[in-house]
Ligand binder design. Structure first.
Ligand SMILES: Cc1cc2nc3c(=O)[nH]c(=O)nc-3n(C[C@H](O)[C@H](O)[C@H](O)COP(=O)(O)OP(=O)(O)OC[C@H]3O[C@@H](n4cnc5c(N)ncnc54)[C@H](O)[C@@H]3O)c2cc1C
Length: 258
C-alpha cells in the first residue's frame, strides 16, 4: 500500500514489502510513477530506507538506575502515528520526577510511578498499532484523562498551562483566597505555588468560584476541590500522595467540601 508525503520540493513514497524482498531502482521508479499516475514522470531518488513493521513492548521500563523511554521501551508500527508522541510523553513523565528526586523534593520511590503510569499507555498504543480494526475510543484515557485544560486568562494572553510551576501548583477559583492560608500551613519539601484563575477557567476545571485544583508539573491533576474547605487535611493528603507518586484515581482526586 503506497503512501506519499510532500515537502515543498521533495516527495516521499513508502510501500510494505515481505521480509527479505528488496526493490531494484527500476522497480522503485515504476512504483513511484504508477502511484503518481504519471508514467513519464522524471524522478531523482535521493534516499531509500527501510524499517521493520514491529509492535513490541519491554517487559519492564526500569532496571535500577536505567529507564527505558521511547522506542527503547515500546516499538509501534506507523499505524496511528503514535511512536514519537508516546516517546515524548514518556520523557515528559520521567523528567519532572527525576528533577524532584535529584532536588530532594521527593523520595526515590516517586520514580517507581514512571513505569506504572507509562507502561499501560505503551501497551495500549502498541496493541492499537498492531491491529488495523482495533477499537480506539479509549485512545486518550490513560494519558490525557485528568490533565489541566488550557484556558486563556483574561487580558494578558497567559495560559492556565503557563501557571504550572516546577513543584506543585494550586489553582484556585476567583474567590479562593482561603486556599492561600491553607497552602501556607502545609508541611512540604517542595515549592507549592498558588494562583487564582478567572471564572471561565474555574468552570473548565469543573470547580466553583471557591474551589481549587492541585496540579503536577506535567499538568496532571493531583487533587480537585469543587468548593472552599475549612481544613487543609485533604490538601496535605493530595500533596503527600503526589510526592510519592501514588496514583489517585480520577474519582478519588475530587474531594467534597469539608
Ligand atoms: C516511517 C516512520 C514513520 C513514523 N511516523 C510517525 C508519526 O507520524 N508520528 C509519530 O508520533 N511517530 C512516528 N514514527 C515513530 C517515531 O519516529 C519514533 O517513535 C521516535 O523517533 C522514537 O524516538 P526515540 O527518541 O525513542 O528513538 P530514536 O528516534 O530512534 O532515537 C534514538 C537515537 O539514539 C541513537 N543511538 C542508537 N544507538 C546509540 C548508541 N549506542 N549511542 C549513541 N546513540 C545511539 C540513534 O542514532 C538515534 O538518533 C515513525 C517512524 C517511522 C520509521
Amino acid at each position: 500500500m503506497p503512501a506519499a508525503g510532500r515537502c515543498p520540493t521533495r516527495w516521499w513514497s513508502s510501500w510494505s514489502k515481505p521480509p527479505g524482498r528488496d526493490f531494484s531502482t527500476a522497480e522503485l521508479l515504476d512504483l513511484i510513477r504508477t502511484s503518481a499516475g504519471a508514467p513519464e514522470l522524471t524522478v531523482d531518488i535521493l534516499r531509500v530506507g527501510t524499517f521493520s513493521f514491529a509492535a513490541q513492548i519491554a517487559e519492564s521500563f526500569r532496571d535500577r538506575r536505567v529507564f527505558l523511554v521511547g522506542d527503547a521501551a515500546h516499538r509501534v508500527t506507523p499505524r496511528g502515528g503514535t511512536g514519537m508522541n508516546t516517546a515524548i510523553h514518556d520523557a515528559y513523565d520521567l523528567g519532572w520526577k527525576l528533577g524532584w528526586v535529584l532536588r530532594e523534593w521527593a523520595p526515590a520511590e516517586l520514580l517507581d510511578s514512571y513505569e506504572s503510569e507509562r507502561r499501560p499507555v505503551g501497551v495500549r498504543n502498541t496493541l492499537n498499532s498492531a491491529e488495523a480494526n482495533r477499537d480506539r475510543t479509549d485512545a486518550f484515557a490513560d494519558d490525557l484523562a485528568g490533565r489541566l485544560p488550557h484556558v486563556w486568562q483574561a487580558g494578558d494572553r497567559l495560559s492556565t498551562l503557563d501557571l504550572i510551576g516546577p513543584g506543585l501548583t494550586l489553582l484556585t477559583g476567583p474567590q479562593g483566597s482561603r486556599w492561600h492560608d491553607l497552602a501556607a500551613g502545609l508541611v512540604t519539601p517542595l515549592p507549592l505555588a498558588v494562583h487564582g484563575v478567572d471564572s471561565v477557567a474555574a468552570a473548565a476545571f469543573d470547580i466553583g468560584a471557591g474551589g481549587a485544583v492541585l496540579v503536577r508539573p506535567d499538568g496532571q491533576l493531583a487533587g480537585r476541590w469543587p468548593s472552599t474547605v475549612e481544613s487543609s487535611d485533604a490538601l496535605q493528603e493530595s500533596v503527600d500522595a503526589a510526592i510519592i507518586g501514588r496514583s489517585l484515581e480520577p474519582a478519588a482526586r475530587t474531594h467534597s467540601a469539608a
